[in-house]
Ligand binder design. Structure first.
Ligand SMILES: *[C@@H]1O[C@H](CO)[C@@H](O)[C@H](O)[C@H]1NC(C)=O
Ligand SMILES: *[C@@H]1O[C@H](CO)[C@@H](O)[C@H](O)[C@H]1NC(C)=O
Ligand SMILES: *[C@@H]1O[C@H](CO)[C@@H](O)[C@H](O)[C@H]1NC(C)=O
Ligand SMILES: *[C@@H]1O[C@H](CO)[C@@H](O)[C@H](O)[C@H]1NC(C)=O
Ligand SMILES: *[C@@H]1O[C@H](CO)[C@@H](O)[C@H](O)[C@H]1NC(C)=O
Ligand SMILES: *[C@@H]1O[C@H](CO)[C@@H](O)[C@H](O)[C@H]1NC(C)=O
Ligand SMILES: *[C@@H]1O[C@H](CO)[C@@H](O)[C@H](O)[C@H]1NC(C)=O
Ligand SMILES: *[C@@H]1O[C@H](CO)[C@@H](O)[C@H](O)[C@H]1NC(C)=O
Ligand SMILES: *[C@@H]1O[C@H](CO)[C@@H](O)[C@H](O)[C@H]1NC(C)=O
Ligand SMILES: *[C@@H]1O[C@H](CO)[C@@H](O)[C@H](O)[C@H]1NC(C)=O
Ligand SMILES: *[C@@H]1O[C@H](CO)[C@@H](O)[C@H](O)[C@H]1NC(C)=O
Ligand SMILES: *[C@@H]1O[C@H](CO)[C@@H](O)[C@H](O)[C@H]1NC(C)=O
Length: 280
C-alpha cells in the first residue's frame, strides 16, 4: 500500500509509511466449507475509541469483505461475494470468513485508520495469506477383478476423494514377510469444476505369489503426511492339500471399527489358518 504524502507530512508519519509498506504478513489456514480467520493484530496502544476508527479488510482484488466505520458496520462497501459470510471478533481484532471455498485462498489485508480532525490517518496494516485445505478421504482399495485359478492375477483400484491441494503421489505398497515393494503407477485425477476439489485413483494388476502371505496397502502422499489405506491381505498356506482346496477359494470380509486392522479381505487357499497380523 502506498500512502499519498501531503506537504505537511512529518517525520514520524514518514517512518510509519515505511513500516506500513513492509507490513507484516501472516499465514493462515482454513478447511474447505469451514470458517477461516483473518487476523489484524491491532493492539490499539493509544487506546483510541472505536468511534474514531475506520477498520476494513480487503482481498487481493481490493474487494471489501468487511468494514467497521466509526464503530458501526458499514455493509455498503462490502462486495456481494462476502455479504453474510463474515463476523468481526472485537476482542482480538480477527475477521472470520465462513463457508470457505478453495477460491478464497490468497492474500487479505486489514487496515485500521484513525478518523481524526485532519481526516483519515493510517494506523495499522496486517496482511494474511490464507491457504485452504480439504482432507482427502482415507484411500480405499477395491477389487476390480478377482484372480482366477489359471491367471493368479488380481486387479485392484485405490481411490481417495474430495481433497485439496493435489496430492504429491499415490502408490501401492506390497508387503510380504521379508520384503516391501513399492509399485508406482500413474495417478488419475479429476477436479470438480465448482468446488475445485480433487478425486484421485490408481490401479494395479498384481500377480499373487504362490507361497507367501501378502498385504497390500495404498498410500496417498500429501504435502506433509502419508495417508495409508487399510491393508488388503492375501494369505496363503504352504500346505500339501492344495489340489483339492485350491478350487474352493474362500473369501472372508471382516470389518471392525479400528482403522489399523479393519476392513480387510483375507483370501485363503485352505480351509484353515485364517490369521494374519499386519501393521503399516
Ligand atoms: C458443508 O458443510 C455442511 C455441514 O457443515 C454440509 O451439510 C455440506 O454438505 C458441506 N458442503 C460441502 C460441499 O461439503
Ligand atoms: C480470537 O479469539 C477466538 C476466541 O475468542 C479464538 O478462537 C481465535 O483463535 C482467536 N484468533 C486469533 C487470531 O487470535
Ligand atoms: C481506554 O479508554 C477508555 C475510555 O475511552 C477508558 O475507560 C479505559 O480505561 C482506557 N484504557 C486504557 C488501558 O487506557
Ligand atoms: C484434517 O486432517 C487433520 C490431520 O489429520 C486434522 O487435524 C483436521 O482436524 C482435519 N480437518 C477436517 C476439517 O477434517
Ligand atoms: C471376488 O470374489 C468374491 C468371492 O468369490 C466375490 O464375493 C467378490 O464379489 C469378487 N469381487 C469381484 C470384484 O469380482
Ligand atoms: C525370505 O526371502 C528368501 C529369499 O528371497 C526366501 O527364500 C524366503 O522364503 C523368504 N522367507 C519368507 C518367510 O518368506
Ligand atoms: C468425486 O467422487 C465423488 C464421490 O464418489 C463423486 O460424487 C464426484 O462426482 C467425484 N468428482 C469428480 C470430479 O470426479
Ligand atoms: C462443470 O462441468 C459440467 C459438466 O462437466 C458442466 O455441465 C457445467 O456447466 C460446469 N460448470 C461450470 C461452472 O463450469
Ligand atoms: C487386469 O488389468 C490388466 C492391466 O490393466 C488388464 O490387462 C487385464 O485385462 C485385467 N484383468 C481383468 C480380468 O480385468
Ligand atoms: C501365512 O500365514 C499363516 C498364518 O499366520 C501361516 O500359517 C502360513 O505359514 C503363512 N504362509 C507363508 C507362506 O508364510
Ligand atoms: C483377516 O485379517 C485381519 C487383519 O490382519 C485379521 O484381524 C482378521 O482376524 C483376519 N480374519 C480372519 C478370518 O482370519
Ligand atoms: C494369529 O497369530 C498370532 C501370532 O502369529 C497369534 O498371537 C494370534 O492368537 C492368532 N490369532 C488367531 C485368531 O488365530
Amino acid at each position: 500500500m502506498y500512502l499519498r504524502c501531503t506537504m505537511g507530512l512529518n517525520n514520524i508519519l514518514f517512518v510509519m509509511t515505511l513500516l506500513l509498506y513492509g507490513a507484516a504478513s501472516m499465514k493462515s489456514q482454513a478447511y474447505f466449507n469451514k470458517t477461516g480467520e483473518l487476523p489484524c493484530h491491532f493492539t490499539n496502544s493509544q487506546n483510541i475509541s472505536l468511534d474514531e476508527l475506520v477498520v476494513f479488510w480487503q482481498d487481493q482484488d481490493k474487494l471489501v469483505l468487511y468494514e467497521l466505520y466509526r464503530g458501526k458496520e458499514n455493509p455498503q462497501n462490502v462486495h456481494r461475494k462476502y455479504k453474510g459470510r463474515t463476523s468481526f471478533d472485537k476482542d482480538n481484532w480477527t475477521l472470520r470468513l465462513h463457508n470457505i471455498q478453495i477460491k478464497d485462498k490468497g492474500l487479505y489485508q486489514c487496515f485500521v485508520h484513525h478518523k481524526g480532525p485532519k481526516g483519515l490517518v493510517p494506523m495499522h496494516q496486517m496482511n494474511s495469506d490464507l491457504s485452504v485445505l480439504a482432507n482427502f478421504s482415507q484411500p480405499e482399495i477395491m477389487v476390480t477383478s478377482n484372480r482366477t485359478e489359471n491367471s493368479g492375477i488380481i486387479n485392484l483400484t485405490c481411490s481417495s476423494i474430495q481433497g485439496y491441494p493435489e496430492p504429491k503421489e499415490m502408490y501401492f505398497l506390497v508387503k510380504t514377510e521379508n520384503s516391501s515393494t513399492k509399485y508406482d503407477t500413474v495417478m488419475k485425477k479429476s477436479q470438480n469444476n465448482v468446488t475445485e476439489l480433487y478425486n484421485v485413483s490408481i490401479s494395479l494388476s498384481f500377480s499373487v505369489p504362490e507361497a507367501s502371505n501378502v498385504s497390500i496397502f495404498c498410500v496417498l502422499q500429501l504435502e506433509s503426511m502419508k495417508l495409508p489405506s487399510l491393508p488388503y491381505n492375501i494369505e496363503t498356506n504352504k500346505v500339501e492339500r492344495k489340489e483339492s482346496e485350491q478350487t474352493k477359494e474362500r473369501v472372508r470380509y471382516h470389518e471392525t471399527e479400528r482403522s489399523d486392522e479393519a476392513q480387510c479381505v483375507n483370501i485363503s487357499k485352505t480351509a484353515s489358518g485364517d490369521n494374519s497380523t499386519t501393521q503399516f
